[in-house]
Write a protein that binds this ligand. Sequence first.
Ligand SMILES: C[S@@+](CC[C@H](N)C(=O)[O-])C[C@H]1O[C@@H](n2cnc3c(N)ncnc32)[C@H](O)[C@@H]1O
Length: 252
Amino acid sequence: MDSALSRNLSRTDLSWWHRRYLQQAEWTRTARVHLYRRLEIARCGTILEIGCGTGVISNELVDRTDSAVFGLDNDFTALDFAREQASNKMLLWLAGDADKLPFADASLDLIVTHYFWLWAKRSDVIINECRRVLKESGRLAALAEPDYSSRQDHPEGRPNIKEFLMSDLKAKGADPAIGKKIEDIFARAGFKTVAGSVCDKTAYGANPELFRQEWKLLERLGYPSEELASIKKQPEEKWITMPIHWAIGRKK
Ligand SMILES: C[S@@+](CC[C@H](N)C(=O)[O-])C[C@H]1O[C@@H](n2cnc3c(N)ncnc32)[C@H](O)[C@@H]1O
């Protein structure tokens, strides 16, 4: 495979991102478990996760099913990390790009993604690939995609935290408002689509760890330290809302 595909994150970066992915998966757990039931994952013979990163969701799928589970990512180092973390599991890790899936036509029952379309550069090509490799009536599921454009922080911060995070994501080539577009992307590609979103308001007292993680992320991304120190004061007044969207498409 072309090594240019890999971002080759350092080991320290990967441990940090792995913890972040675990945390994200914790935030989206309730909706995801509901979607797993709706998707009847236990009845799927073959499941692919596209953009599996360090393997958090693929591992969960293998623990919850007897299916053949494949985790695919174009980041070599993330996949090595995933392999090491789950060396005892029946999971196949695939280094590859989502716009050329290494599967035969009509060979998979289910494709899942979690915080993937946010980063997908050629979503039109990728979604056609998903169609190609899914069996008739097979499903494509976006389990969680954020919509930063509708995020609210209290206090908003100066610079505005939402704007700061959105600029950072855009600079890295991501689409921070992907959540609200995902239903349309699936439907336009010809999938029979159902979709929804969850938008809880989380106060500091209900989940201090969420705020600690957000602050660590802001620090890492270079948010001004004096402003961050001031935001951390009087934590009981803080809250965040961030819509997380999901979509399930059935191949017609
Ligand atoms: C935010 S991470 C999510 C990881 C994982 N799904 C989770 O939630 O823990 C997105 C992943 O998608 C991968 N990715 C982005 N574009 C890709 C592509 N075209 N083909 C394969 N993987 C891709 C990135 O390398 C990254 O590991």
